[in-house]
Design a binder for this molecule. Structure first.
Ligand SMILES: [Zn+2]
Length: 308
């Protein structure tokens, strides 16, 4: 079917209390692997491209692949611009006619300026029938803050979130409750500010988004390490924390790092076991299979299986 908007997919998830995964792609193989998981799980899916992915593979190139994949699929597929920190890139994505959703990340700006810019882009996106995700608060780990005051200054303030949504008209809000981007999120157990999340949901009733939410699953991590990748200290958010966050109101979860680890593990293992093979199709197949496995696990855990 044709691509659908983020608003459509998340409104349903919000009503029925589950989350939809937003998976980052850089190439054809990652897209194929994610779509295979969506079909197998009969799950809605959000395909994300970051600015880095666009620089690597091209907006038009990735967008065309996603459009064809969605057309062939029976599942609801959203094509989403992840983390537009660059205002002009968000405008370009909206005008490209490729995306059904964009994120504008003005979280590093002062509150009023974030509202002003977000509001402008919301108007532009809505005019074209595209959804907009905004961000409030800085996405960093709880351990990055030494004092309570510092934590309060960086994590999303519930009253501000309510005000922000009312004044911008955004369709989804990425909040900061203690997750961080990348593979090194925690030194000890994973901690999220679930109380803050509950308050934000209570006040806003909006689809809320969790960034920096990869789990760094130990089976995949250990496979990477076994075949030479140096990521011993990598640590993600536990499945238990994610499930709790969903029950407290998270409806979209971004996954990038876990796909990278799976891709890496698949390639490393295959090359080590098959040093005589030079065929890229053969080299990349185990990587794709591992990504599909990771994505299927997420869809089950997020509760989006059988919702598409
Ligand atoms: Zn993010």
């Amino acid at each position: 079917m044709p691509l659908v908007t983020l608003k459509k997919v998340l409104t349903k998830a919000n009503k029925r209390n589950y989350a939809v995964g937003a998976f980052n792609i850089n190439n054809l193989e990652m897209l194929q692997a994610i779509m295979e998981a969506a079909e197998a799980e009969r799950s809605p899916v959000i395909i994300s491209t970051s600015e880095g992915a666009i620089n690597y593979a091209g907006m038009m190139e990735l967008g065309s692949l996603v459009h064809i994949a969605a057309k062939r699929s029976k599942r609801p597929v959203v094509f989403h611009l992840d983390h537009g920190k660059n205002y002009n890139l968000v405008v370009e994505a909206i005008k490209s006619g490729l995306y059904t959703s964009v994120m504008y990340d003005g979280s590093s700006l002062p509150f009023e300026q974030n509202i002003k810019k977000t509001k402008k882009l919301v108007a532009m996106a809505h005019k074209r029938g595209i959804s907009l995700e905004a961000e409030l608060g800085s996405i960093a780990g709880i351990e990055d803050f030494v004092s309570v005051e510092e934590k309060d200054a960086h994590l999303t303030n519930p009253d501000q979130a309510k005000d922000f949504i009312r004044r911008t008209g955004c369709d989804a809000l990425a909040i900061a409750v203690g997750t961080s981007h990348g593979a090194y999120k925690f030194s000890g157990a994973s901690k999220l500010d679930q109380k803050r999340l509950t308050q934000i949901k209570l006040l806003t009733k909006m689809p809320l988004v969790l960034h920096g939410a990869s789990g760094v699953p130990s089976n995949i991590k250990n496979l990477c390490i076994k075949y030479g990748c140096k990521i011993e200290k990598a640590k993600g958010v536990s499945d238990a924390s994610i499930k709790k966050a969903i029950s407290n109101g998270i409806n979209k979860i971004n996954i990038d790092t876990d796909l990278r680890i799976a891709f890496d593990a698949g390639i490393r293992k295959f090359l080590k076991d098959n040093p005589e093979v030079i065929d890229p199709r053969k080299i990349l197949t185990p990587a794709k299979e591992l990504i599909t496995k990771v994505v299927r696990h997420k869809m089950k855990m997020f509760g989006s299986s059988n919702k598409g």
